[in-house]
Design a protein around this ligand. Structure first.
Ligand code: PLP
Length: 473
């Protein structure tokens, strides 16, 4: 692309993005297209000759935008609401321009060293101890899989060398998670060849936190049966309710059985940058690893997940493999990212986090997260004060779990009613909610975590929910 054209379209695109954010509230949050609709409008094969940027950008407006669900819309309350931010977008833009593959220190010293520094800043902001070193992966699913691989390596069963299949000398390796743990842990276990039967799900208490006595009993029982416990995964901010497992109480069990403690703080770990919330990580000074996703609640564009690990040597033992063509003279004195995971090349993700952290500062990040938590508490108070609605779990961080509960309806009818309210709200395009099941009851979730969400948006979705309830009753 000629330089002048690059400049012209570059400026045009930044203007386009600025207008997009300006006008985002006029767009439906959930894409209104039908499955297959976009595919049907796109050519079956790529163009033979190049097309102009004008044509491509026209199609962006006409084809791509209608097929977007707008995660940055301030009324996006589904799943865990997250959003990008301007400094994060700039970081992505620059990373794409540099196009570094940070597989070795020398292939991107900037990426390697900035990653170490920025993750140490984040560690300090979260109040984590200096024994934890950070490494960036794409997603929490991948971070946790790497943590479990390191735990498996630490179990000293020569699995890297000999694998697991066909081995009669290998006991059943066990990983303990709560019933509320994210499915990514089980997927990681499957990927690592431990098999789903390695997963032992521990029940939770009335506030959806891991039952420590049940955990202790399960491990004792497994040991009696000759199984080998290798890892306990505790969650700070579970996906359904944002509950926090009692890590401080889990620590003695970790000590007693010498298992790896991995903490999945993918969502709520970011809240530890708020000084008065730092106690959510109480007990993590004994964690062997912890995952936190700046792409969830630190206004950093997807993807960027951080794994803090106390034993980078074990991660290295699990994954490092250096063929001749990757040998470098400095390899013993530097960090080579490819030694710590399955990927060789790694994106320059630290750049966007660096920009986000510098632009907002610790106080700026904390004040936004604090406000999201306040809004969630406020929404929760409206729910508890209303006769027509009830809370289904304690309000935790930026998440409210609730349902409509008009009198004289049984649980089945209530499930149907709540599902129907949710679909109507979502279909309207004015807001997006998601759901879960708690104690076998359909539960609506309002997650507040988007940088553009204000009290007005939260009031609006509450009004919309009530309006829908009236219509459906
Ligand atoms: N862990 C928890 C607690 C989550 O809530 C999620 C996703 O919402 C994940 C892990 C997976 O995150 P990712 O999409 O980064 O793999």
């Amino acid at each position: 692309m000629p330089k002048e054209e690059f400049r012209r379209f570059g400026h045009q695109l930044i203007d386009w993005i600025a207008d997009y954010f300006d006008e985002i509230e006029s767009l439906p949050v959930l894409s209104q297209i039908q499955p297959g609709e976009l595919k049907a409008k796109l050519p079956k094969s790529a163009p033979t000759s190049g097309e102009s940027m004008e044509t491509i950008l026209t199609d962006l407006d006409q084809l791509i935008v209608p097929a977007l669900t707008h995660w940055c819309h301030p009324s996006f309350f589904a799943y865990f609401a997250t959003s990008t931010s301007a400094p994060g977008i700039f970081g992505e833009l620059l990373a794409a321009a540099f196009d570094n593959k940070a597989m070795l220190w020398r292939t991107s010293p900037a990426s390697t060293e900035l990653e170490e520094v920025v993750l140490d800043w984040l560690r300090q902001m979260m109040g984590l101890d200096a024994g934890l070193s950070g490494i960036i992966y794409d997603t929490a699913s991948v971070s946790s899989m790497h943590a479990i691989a390191a735990a498996r390596e630490g179990a000293e069963q020569r699995i890297r060398e000999e694998g697991m299949s066909g081995r009669s000398d290998l006991p059943l390796l066990r990983v303990y998670i709560s019933e509320q743990a994210h499915s990514s842990i089980e997927k990681g276990v499957i990927t690592l060849g431990l098999g789903q039967r390695a997963i032992r799900k521990i029940p939770t208490d009335s506030a959806f936190r891991m039952d420590v006595k049940a955990l202790s009993d399960a491990i004792a029982e497994d040991k009696l049966a000759g199984h080998l416990p290798i890892c306990i995964v505790a969650t700070v901010g579970t996906t359904s309710t944002a509950s926090v497992d009692p890590i401080r109480e889990i620590v003695p069990i970790v000590e007693e059985h010498a298992v790896w403690l991995h903490v999945d703080a993918a969502y709520a770990g970011s809240a530890a940058v708020v000084p008065e919330l730092q106690s959510i990580l109480d007990g993590c000074d004994r964690a062997d690893s912890l995952v936190v996703n700046p792409h969830k609640w630190l206004f950093t564009p997807f993807d960027l997940s951080v794994l803090y690990c106390r034993h980078l040597d074990l991660l290295g033992r699990a994954f490092s493999l250096v063929p001749e063509y990757l040998r470098t003279p400095e390899q013993d004195n530097v960090r080579n990212g490819s030694d710590y995971g399955i990927q060789l090349g790694r994106r320059f993700r630290a750049l966007k986090l660096w920009m986000v952290m510098r632009y907002f500062g610790a106080d700026g990040l904390a004040s936004r997260i604090r406000e999201h938590c306040r809004l969630a508490q406020q929404f929760g108070s409206w729910v508890s004060e209303s006769e027509d609605w009830e809370l289904m779990a304690p309000v935790s961080f930026g998440l409210v779990c609730f349902r409509a509960c008009p009198k004289q309806m049984g649980d089945r009818e209530l499930d149907w009613l709540n599902e129907s309210i949710m679909h109507s709200v979502n279909k309207s395009g004015a807001a997006l909610l998601s759901h879960t099941k708690l104690n076998n009851r359909l539960t609506l979730r309002v997650s507040i975590g988007n940088i553009r969400t204000t009290e007005k948006h939260v009031r609006d979705v509450w009004a919309l929910l009530n309006q829908q309830l009236k219509l459906q009753k």
